[in-house]
Design a binder for this molecule. Structure first.
Ligand code: MTE
Length: 307
């Protein structure tokens, strides 16, 4: 991934470069997600790295190396059969401009431009544990905004009890969609209190840079107390509903993947134990933690049966 160090270029460049050239470069950087809201004096503040928020830190293994977190991915639209291959298959995926359609039980159904949202909803960096149902686990710094801040902005009606997410469908840009007969596009859902929980985050960055395409660019969800498949990538639609929405993996294999999918070491997957996890890339084994270690933030939402 081509990354430009953003520090300190704005003022000298504006002074030294003809406006047309300057604007062109600004547009390129904007498209790459490296610029944020113009500040008081018209200078753009870089979006990344975002201010760190340590409020939700929990005891965790050491940070996963960046190359490992962005090189071992589940992203079935690109490759339903491989993980290390995904990063090599995302080249044609177009992520800018990006829009999110908000619909259903909401004050005003509307399509939002991601760049505009990022001007209104400041991003922050949080280190989260991340646990896949397949047992592999990572510890990574995500950047993004709380989903709750977006929900407040769009004003759902009081009858909205669930939120449904639908990811983008681009068979021409996503080669895996033709390889497996799945009910594309990927869809997921949360109960409204889960969606409003401060831990639930709309992610646009990873390791202090825009999130790589293989990790869900330009915007994905992270729900760190649930198995990773509850965190859809490349979100295109958000719908507010009164009933529990169906989810992709439950539609495919209802006996193996439930709506809640909260991390629970004592509840094995029908085909394997969930008592331990394995850290990427060393595969070191560690005990699985209930709610993936986020019990103090989330246990109050449940009666202990939602797994
Ligand atoms: N989102 C989409 N659109 N497509 C997918 O295949 N896989 C899910 C989730 N989100 C997936 C998705 C699964 S199974 C996991 S474990 C995580 O993404 C993996 O996220 P990562 O590759 O950033 O580690």
């Amino acid at each position: 991934m081509l990354i430009r160090k953003p520090e300190g270029w704005e003022i000298p460049e504006r002074e030294a470069t003809p406006e047309s050239v300057y604007m062109n470069r600004r547009q390129i950087l904007q498209a790459a997600g490296l610029l944020a809201t113009p500040s008081l004096f018209g200078q753009a503040k870089p979006l990344y790295p975002a201010a760190k928020n340590d409020e939700f830190n929990v005891p965790a293994a050491a940070l996963t190396p960046e190359w490992a977190a962005s090189g071992y991915n589940n992203y079935y639209e690109f490759d339903p059969y491989g993980k290390e291959t995904v990063k090599n298959l995302v080249g044609d995926f177009n992520i800018s401009p990006w829009q999110i359609q908000v619909s259903g039980l909401v004050k005003e159904p509307k399509t939002y431009d991601l760049d505009d949202l990022l001007k209104k909803l400041p991003i922050q960096e949080r280190v989260y544990r991340f646990r896949c149902v397949e047992r592999w686990a990572m510890v990574v710094p995500w950047s993004g905004f709380p989903l709750a801040s977006l929900i407040k902005l769009v004003e759902p009606k009081s009858t909205a009890k669930y939120v449904r997410f639908v990811t983008v469908s681009r068979p021409k840009e996503m080669p895996g969609m033709k390889q497996a007969p799945y009910p594309w596009p990927y869809f997921e859902g949360l109960r409204m209190d889960e969606a409003m929980n401060p831990l639930t985050m709309m992610v646009t960055g990873l390791y202090g840079k825009p999130v790589p395409k293989q990790n869900g660019a330009p915007v994905r969800l992270i729900v760190p107390w649930k198995y990773g498949y509850k965190s859809p990538k490349s979100i295109a639609k958000i719908e507010f509903m009164s009933n529990e929405p169906p989810i992709f993996w439950n539609r495919l294999q209802a006996a193996e993947y439930g709506f809640y999918s909260n991390v629970e070491p004592k509840k094995p997957h029908p085909r394997w134990s969930q008592a331990y996890e394995q850290m990427i890339p060393t595969m070191e084994r560690r005990p699985t933690l209930q709610y993936n270690g986020y019990e103090k933030f989330v246990a109050g939402m449940y009666n202990g049966k939602e797994f």
